[in-house]
Design a protein around this ligand. Structure first.
Ligand SMILES: [Zn+2]
Length: 1166
């Protein structure tokens, strides 16, 4: 080496005289010098000057024609090619933002280029693009511009070079990897009018040796910059890189060869001859490299752009696999695979080939990488059911690793659900974004609220878009939090968020890092060529199947992005209401399909279509409200479709269960002399319920009017009590809870019944009393009501509400208060709140019934609100300062609840100043508590004794118009005697979210209708803590009625869970109209797998009929599959009697087993 005079020292001769200056360097200056070897000020003489041997862009060699698709349309390849193309040139501009432009490219390659290793077409439209062959097969993506994700070269195939010409097609789309943000600020709303210039459309010969030298030099430089300065490798790399610069003269072929040889001093002699075999010995690897491409299913771009990103990114990866045999690519989200299958079938086939070859790895097992805070438990189950089903049907495999690197916090319900979906491993990363505490683990057992564990790895590299740099590899070890029990990390590399994935330069870099490591201890060894599942298997092997690992119990709360529980209220509402609508649809459709098999087929396809839309919108930037406005236009449309289709499906099913009936609303026109029993309610929850219903009085018979205990101000609408679906005049006339409203005529209003009383005085809630206990629930001297906080987060506007928002509060007053209903069934006051440019109309109501039918259940105060929201960066909440003390509050989470602190003892406690809850949040102490129930809001907090529900935010990035305009939502305040754990809060919250389906029978009630009103098909006895969440038909039932010889099977799935966190011994009662048809009952996993079936004995209870005994541990979720004989007892139909009797024969044995064993067992128990 030049200034270390190695040649002399090698001789062993040590000169007597030394007149030289010595070799000590100024290390920092040498290190800085490395920055001048590529690009920059010296690009005409440094390595950049020799990267290309030839470059042609003239019309003789490059012929371009273009067709611009009109507006924001996105035509298919076939449609586009039918259009009239016109000549185009390098330098032309295209736009505006989000438009698509199609190019026909024809290149002519000079004969003398045959001598070169590679010929490329370099296409840089400044935006994203995709190259297709002339038959429409996507070949690879293009990312224009000059960012780190730049990928503009397309390698001309060797056959085409031989022919001398090559034709291909390009689709360019006017958005960048991260959309088209204003002023380059990532989260700024999109610039809708951006134009992109075609910067390059050149035929080039890259100087491959020069490129390899560039990659050599880059790796050396990374070693210099990433390793500690006192390591020998770091110093050696600097010496070698410096030597390369000194040896690079004109950059001719011999120069470059010489420079590359110098680099071998770090990488090893002839290291490059090894190619992918450089990874051959991988036993000791500490860093496991896996290619990945995080594609946000929508974020700073809409769904339709994502579909293109998927095709571009994955085509590129399939292409890279040809040249880098060690390359493995993990890829999540079944929805994206489905889009590829629908929109790019030839590419889907190529991906499938690589999946089968074991190089392209589906991971995650879910439909999308969903938000995990807000979807319901059942929705999380469906994410897996739909995801795993897609992977199984299309690739014959199921995922073994759940994969949510970017979701904003992870519910403690997940471990159980992951295991239930056939997986035991979990990969994530986002908690490295915590802005208060550092999460203490990298590899750990994650134990959920019910005690189920999964093996979790949170990569120490702290990113799922690693650049495969030396620093990334190094961080995999230096940032590992559990080196005492495991010293292995996953390096998830490849450009992402907006797609892209690994680049060739990353794979080249990793080869060099591994080459270095093969003879140096200063870098952790990295391997390639494995799957994520294999990585986890290795963790299992090296940690005594997890026993050596630490545990983390409960939720993985993200200390960041706490505004996402509230941002975009309409989306939250769309989610909650769609989830409940689909639950009701499945419930009603299941019953219709099993009771009247001849006239109704379970609409599995339609229901699945609705679910796919709901699951899609649960993507981790859509449901959280952190996407651009365009995304919400699409999401709202999907929810509208689900609403419309779901209601239509439910109506069809109701027509089967209650023929000749319509939904009853106060606006319905009654036929003359409508009788009491023509109005019924259908309850899709399995809780007994009593509520106030309203119906028109015009047309009501005298009998129906006896049920009316209150009329509205117009005297046209009657109020009555409905008890478990039946109008009950006797209850209405003998009320024990009389609701009333009164006022002093100016500023004092009281809503009261004999259980609770609420006072509004001078615009604030000054008193809330448990009348029976004479207990004041509002803290002394404090008031409750609406409140505004200044909401200016430090950066991530739509995502974050920051802790300092709590320091700026403005209490709002109810004004224009008036009594609008006086009772005795319902008492209401109407109020208005004016703030800034916004108007909030509030209707507060109290009914003459308890929140549930549990003895002693107090009534709830219902708040129905209509808001015209015109604020910016203000946060609207509702709060109650309570005379209740507890260090923890309770919040509903999926299939259970979670406790969070109400105090600020530690920074971990402080961090939870805004949290996610589902249908309720509760503050309780011994003897008493109060819950806020929510119908579409997910943000809550409890600071000390102040319980709050978060209502509306108004961020301006990335959607400048977030939450502006009209909103309608509701919440309820529910005092309860006894601690939360003894309360009926979860039941009341369930009922609050699932209104009774009130129906008007136009004819008389028939036998089936009567049976459904009075006797639920499934009920739970003996365990008030066990909830029945879902009734649906079996995922694998055959609904194809046309195939007469199919092995037809009728199964009903019931999903149950324990809701309070304790053991239970529950009895599931199967209703009258199904008794005699139950052939078999089993529990299964969430995927309803047959090989996971465990028989449940069916017993005959003399009073209840057929029952199933089920044991639960706290928060356990159980999936029950009940097989029915096909024939409905209630509906004998002759057409297929023969078929029926054959099937009955087939089932005889099992039927008798149940009868005999069931009776025997029942007898034994006695
Ligand atoms: Zn993401």
């Amino acid at each position: 080496m030049s200034f270390h005079h190695r040649s002399e020292s090698a001789t062993g001769h040590y000169s007597e005289l030394n007149y030289s200056s010595g070799a000590k360097w100024i290390k920092g200056l040498t290190q800085s010098r490395l920055g001048t070897f590529l690009g920059g000020h010296f690009s005409d003489v440094n390595l950049s000057s020799v990267l290309f041997t030839h470059r042609l862009d003239n019309a003789e060699h490059v012929k371009l024609e273009v067709w611009s698709a009109p507006g924001l349309t996105k035509p298919t390849f076939e449609e586009a090619l039918k259009q009239k193309f016109k000549p185009a040139r390098k330098g032309d501009s295209f736009g505006p933002s989000w438009t698509n432009h199609w190019w026909k490219v024809s290149v002519t390659i000079p004969d003398y280029w045959e001598q070169y290793e590679r010929v490329q077409f370099e296409f840089d439209p400044g935006c994203e693009a995709m190259i297709y062959d002339v038959d429409g097969t996507p070949l690879q993506g293009i990312t224009g511009g000059f960012g780190g994700d730049r990928r503009v070269e397309y390698i001309i195939p060797m056959e085409a070079r031989k022919e001398g010409t090559h034709d291909f097609i390009i689709e360019s789309s006017c958005n960048g990897m991260f959309g088209v943000p204003w002023n380059g600020d990532t989260i700024a709303p999109p610039d809708m009018n951006r134009y992109f210039a075609l910067a390059s459309a050149d035929l080039v010969v890259p100087n491959q040796d020069a490129w390899h030298l560039l990659w050599d030099f880059s790796t050396l430089r990374e070693i210099v910059d990433s390793l500690p300065g006192n390591t020998s490798l770091q110093n050696k790399a600097l010496v070698v890189a410096n030597e390369i610069m000194n040896s690079f003269k004109s950059g001719d072929a011999s120069d470059i060869r010489r420079c590359r040889k110098i680099a071998e001093e770090v990488f090893g002699e002839n290291w490059q001859d090894e190619d992918e075999n450089i990874y051959r010995d991988n036993k000791q690897a500490q860093i496991w490299g896996i290619g990945h491409c995080h594609i946000d299913t929508a974020w700073l771009w809409p769904y339709r752009v994502t579909q293109q990103k998927v095709a571009r990114s994955w085509a590129t990866q399939v292409d890279l696999m040809k040249r880098y045999p060690e390359h493995r690519f993990s890829c999540s989200q079944a929805q994206q695979y489905k889009w590829l299958k629908q929109l790019y079938p030839p590419l889907f086939d190529r991906v499938k080939e690589q999946v089968i070859a074991g190089k392209f790895h589906p991971v995650g097992g879910s439909w999308v990488e969903n938000d995990s805070n807000m979807p319901s438990g059942e929705a999380l189950v469906r994410q897996f059911v739909f995801g795993q089903k897609f992977f199984k049907e299309n690739f014959g495999i199921r995922c073994e690793t759940a994969w949510l690197p970017d979701s904003f916090g992870l519910t403690g319900a997940y471990p159980q659900l992951i295991r239930g979906a056939g997986m035991k491993y979990f990969f994530t990363q986002k908690l490295s974004w915590n802005n208060i505490n550092i999460f203490p683990h990298s590899t750990f057992n994650w134990v959920g609220i019910d005690g189920t564990q999964v093996l979790c790895h949170m990569t120490p590299v702290d990113t799922y878009t690693a650049q495969a740099s030396v620093g990334d590899v190094q961080k995999g070890l230096t940032n590992h939090k559990n080196l005492e029990s495991s010293a292995t990390s996953l390096l998830v590399f490849g450009n992402g968020d907006g797609g892209g994935g690994p680049l060739a330069k990353m794979l080249e870099n990793l080869r060099r890092i591994r080459a270095t490591n093969n003879h140096s201890r200063d870098l952790p060894p990295i391997n390639m060529g494995h799957s994520v599942d294999e990585f986890f298997e290795h963790l299992m092997e090296t940690t005594a199947t997890g026993k050596k690992l630490p545990n983390w119990h409960g939720e993985l709360y993200l200390e960041f992005h706490r505004g996402t529980y509230t941002s975009h209220g309409s989306i939250k509402k769309g989610n909650r209401h769609s989830e409940i609508l689909l639950r009701d649809v499945e419930h009603v459709a299941t019953l219709a399909s099993i009771v009247k098999t001849s006239e109704y087929t379970y609409p599995k396809g339609e229901i699945d279509e609705c679910w796919e839309k709901v699951l899609l919108n649960q993507f981790h930037d859509v449901l959280p409200g952190s996407a651009i406005g365009m995304v919400y236009e699409d999401a709202e449309k999907l929810y509208a479709e689900v609403g419309k289709d779901g209601k239509a499906l439910m109506e069809e099913a109701f027509q089967v269960l209650f023929p000749n009936s319509i939904p009853l609303t106060p606006e319905t026109k009654l036929q003359p002399n409508t009788s009491l029993n023509q109005i019924i309610g259908y309850n899709t929850t399995f809780f007994d319920r009593r509520e106030i219903v309203q119906f028109p009085l015009v047309g009501a018979s005298a009998g129906l009017k006896t049920a009316v205990a209150q009329v509205d101000q117009s005297s046209k609408i009657g109020y009555a009590v409905m008890d478990n679906g039946v109008l009950d005049a006797s209850i209405a006339n003998n009320l024990d809870l009389h609701a009333s409203a009164y006022t002093n005529g100016s500023d004092h209003f009281v809503l009261r019944n004999s259980s609770v009383q609420l006072t509004i005085s001078n615009g604030r809630i000054t008193s809330l009393v448990d009348v029976q206990l004479r207990r004041e629930l509002i803290a002394d001297g404090a008031t409750g009501g609406l409140i505004i906080f200044e909401d200016r987060p430090n950066y991530w506007d739509a995502w974050d509400v920051e802790i300092h928002h709590l320091e700026t509060t403005t209490s709002l007053k109810f004004t224009n208060v008036s009594v609008v209903a006086h009772g005795p069934l319902r008492a209401s006051v109407q109020a208005q709140v004016k703030y800034g440019k916004s108007t909030i109309n509030v209707l507060i109501s109290l009914d003459a019934v308890g929140a549930t039918l549990k003895p002693g259940s107090r009534s709830m105060f219902r708040f129905d609100v209509e808001v015209d929201w015109r604020e910016r960066h203000e946060f609207l909440k509702f709060e109650l300062p309570l005379n209740i003390h507890n260090d923890n509050a309770y919040y509903e989470t999926q299939f259970g609840y979670v406790q969070r602190p109400t105090h600020k003892n530690t920074t971990w406690d402080m961090a939870k100043f805004e949290v996610c809850g589902h249908k309720y949040a509760d503050l309780s102490e011994y003897g008493y508590g109060l819950a806020i129930l929510s119908e579409s809001k997910y943000g809550f907090s409890c600071q000390g004794n102040v319980l709050r529900i978060s209502l509306l935010r108004a961020a301006t990035a990335p959607d400048a118009e977030q939450d502006q305009g009209e909103h309608k939502f509701s919440w309820a305040v529910m005092p309860h005697k006894g601690h939360f754990l003894e309360s009926d809060v979860p039941m009341a919250a369930y009922l609050f979210n699932s209104p009774m389906h009130v129906r008007y029978l136009l004819g008389d009630k028939d036998a089936i209708a009567a049976s459904f009103t009075n006797h639920p098909s499934f009920a739970i006895h003996g365990a008030p803590n066990v909830f029945l969440e879902t009734i649906k038909r079996g995922e694998y039932d055959d609904f194809d009625t046309s195939s007469s010889e199919s092995d037809y099977c009728t199964t009903v799935i019931a999903r149950l869970y324990e809701a309070f966190g304790g053991h239970a011994h529950a009895t599931l009662v199967i209703g009258d109209h199904l008794s005699g048809r139950v052939v078999k009952a089993v529990t299964t996993n969430l995927l309803e797998d047959e090989d996971k079936e465990e028989e449940v004995q069916i017993m005959d209870d003399t009073n209840l009929g057929p029952v199933l005994k089920l044991n639960f541990r706290g928060f356990e979720v159980k999936t029950l599959k009940v097989t029915l004989s096909e024939q409905s007892d209630m509906l004998a139909f002759t057409e297929n009697r023969t078929q029926q009797s054959q099937k009955t024969k087939r089932l005889t044995k099992r039927t008798s087993w149940i009868d005999i064993d069931g009776l025997k067992l029942a007898a034994r128990e006695d």
